[in-house]
Design a protein around this ligand. Structure first.
Ligand code: HEM
Length: 219
């Protein structure tokens, strides 16, 4: 192993700091009045974009591990997932607090007018239990159900894409790029699961063959 525990702690701190940069960039631009003609929209879109980016980065780590055979990328899975949730929460907060002035009736009224909000809400509600159960103690407490629960990150990626496609009116370039990336990542993952199943069936089949022969002999 190239890096020891302390090295990984430093690398994690570095990645953590880098992941906070978009937040500070938007925060200080806001303080300096540098967010353009529509500061609320810039903040809102900026946090939404970063939520989706971190979701994609988090989803990319297992495929990177599969392709390279290196296990280190998965060390950052939890952090990337939590940053996706962090930026999604800021995205929601800016919308509800700054855009709708905390009016929940306005929020409910917006849903039938802009159905993409529902897709955003579903994405957020899918990410929420993942963030709440992301700790090691929760992982232990949930046992094998933890993995099943955390598979809903794939559903969150799909509903996030639906949210983006639905809200775009003209230029679909950005959501299309994300859709291609997410499709590629999910394909690698699905292919890996398929391969694992094939090899487990292959591993079991000689035993099955043995069983058949033993049955014949005993008869
Ligand atoms: C309750 C949750 C959410 C609500 C109410 C919400 C609402 C919105 C609204 C109103 C817009 C702007 C639409 C427009 O004016 O054209 C938007 C944009 C966006 N949202 Fe959400 N959203 C939510 C959750 C999410 C989540 C969880 C993600 C990502 C994981 C996300 C990613 C985005 C992206 C990428 C954009 C487009 C930004 C851009 O055009 O640069 N949203 N959202």
């Amino acid at each position: 192993m190239l890096f020891n525990k302390q090295h990984w702690a430093v690398i994690k701190l570095l990645v953590f700091t880098l992941s906070l940069l978009p937040f500070f960039e938007l925060f200080f631009a806001g303080i300096d009045d540098q967010l353009g003609a529509n500061p609320i929209e810039t903040l809102h879109f900026g946090f939404g974009d970063w939520a989706l980016r971190f979701l994609c980065i988090g989803l990319a780590l297992t495929p990177i591990k599969i392709i390279t055979g290196q296990s280190w990328p998965v060390r950052f899975r939890r952090m990337m997932g939590l940053f996706a949730f962090f930026y999604a929460s800021l995205h929601l907060l800016v919308y509800v607090v700054l855009d709708l002035s905390l009016s929940w009736t306005a929020f409910i009224d917006e849903v039938p007018k802009s159905p993409y909000i529902l897709a955003g809400l579903v994405t957020y509600l899918l990410l929420l239990p993942l963030a709440l159960t992301s700790t090691k103690s929760m992982q232990k407490r949930f046992g094998r159900y933890w993995l099943v629960l955390h598979r809903s990150v794939y559903a969150a990626a799909i509903t996030a894409l639906v949210h983006y496609f639905w809200l775009v009116k003209k230029d679909y370039t950005q959501p299309l790029i994300y859709a291609v990336v997410v499709t590629m990542l999910l394909t690698v993952r699905a292919f890996n699961i398929y391969q694992k199943q094939i090899s487990s069936v292959k591993a079991k089949s000689p035993k099955l063959g043995q069983k058949k022969t033993t049955n014949k002999i005993s008869r």
